[in-house]
Design a protein around this ligand. Sequence first.
Ligand code: ADP
Length: 354
Amino acid sequence: MTSLNFKKTYKFAVKSALYITLFSTGLVGGLLLLFFTFSLQFCLLFALIIGIFSFFVIQYRVEHFIYRGVKKIYDDVSLLDSTTFRSQPITTDMATLTREVKKFATDKKLEIETLKVREEYRREFLGNVSHELKTPLFTVQGYLSTLLGGGMKDKDLRKKYLERAEKGVERLIYIVNDLDMISKFEMGDLNLEYSQFNIIELVQNVFDLLEMNADKKNIILMYDRRYSKPINVYADKEKIEQVVTNLVENSIKYGKENGTTEVTIEDLIKNKIIIRIRDNGEGIEKNNISRLFERFFRVDKSGARSEGGSGLGLSIVKHIIEGHDEKIYIESEFGKGSEFSFTLEKVKTVQPNY
Ligand code: ADP
């Protein structure tokens, strides 16, 4: 690179010196012819001196000029990011410089693009968060203001409104918890704590916890068959419980009255099992399925809101499952029901030898 560069630079000086020499020698020769007697030796000597002199002047000036220019470019660019260029030696090689500056510009462009995307994401996130928090906050505020404005005197009203305000606060806590979780996950802070546990027992726990919710809609929580033996898996127990809870909760929320939520646990391949949570509820339209795992996405914005979700449940589920390097699937038929399933690593049960 450098040798090529110097050849090029010399060429420039040699050529320029040659033009100057030719012109000035020609001029001097012409003037000699006009006013004195022409001398070839004089002309040659003159050409030699002018040639050498102009060559050195041009060579030196050009090198300095380029060096200074290039250094300025380096300094200017370094102002933006002092780490990228400072460490490298300054080059007067134009090809390398152009390449470096181009690379620098591309890197910067990429950086700006990423920042723009992140900014957009941040703005959208903030917008969604405040929107989610507003409804329950205003509800609580509404009930409390009515109480303070005189409603307090009525004993029945007092209890009713305080209970409603409490519900609003509960909902706020629910949303804030979900937000807290999702922002941690999105920062890559999943912190999985692996252990071995019985997945049947975990599902049963979730069933027990959500039985009251299911009863309200007369939904039966059941298994596809009797699971008498434990099925041990290797995962983060608390987080998988969160996944199962979210999915069963959804199956109730979007299930129909007198419906069923059925859990199936099957062997998938050698060391994997798949857990299916199937409901016969409202189902999901095909064009919405791909967006289901987006943060704050809801099929029916107004209807779902009354059900009290945060629109974050499935994003949380996806983060947890993918954090385990496992897969999650959805199958759904609009009007008939949905099935959410995910894989987990099975612990090989060693059969005792008698
Ligand atoms: P939400 O808090 O609104 O329940 P989720 O992320 O859990 O948020 O779910 C996103 C959307 O996916 C829901 O609003 C609902 O429209 C749809 N959905 C989730 N689970 C089911 C299901 N079992 N049946 C039908 N629709 C569902």
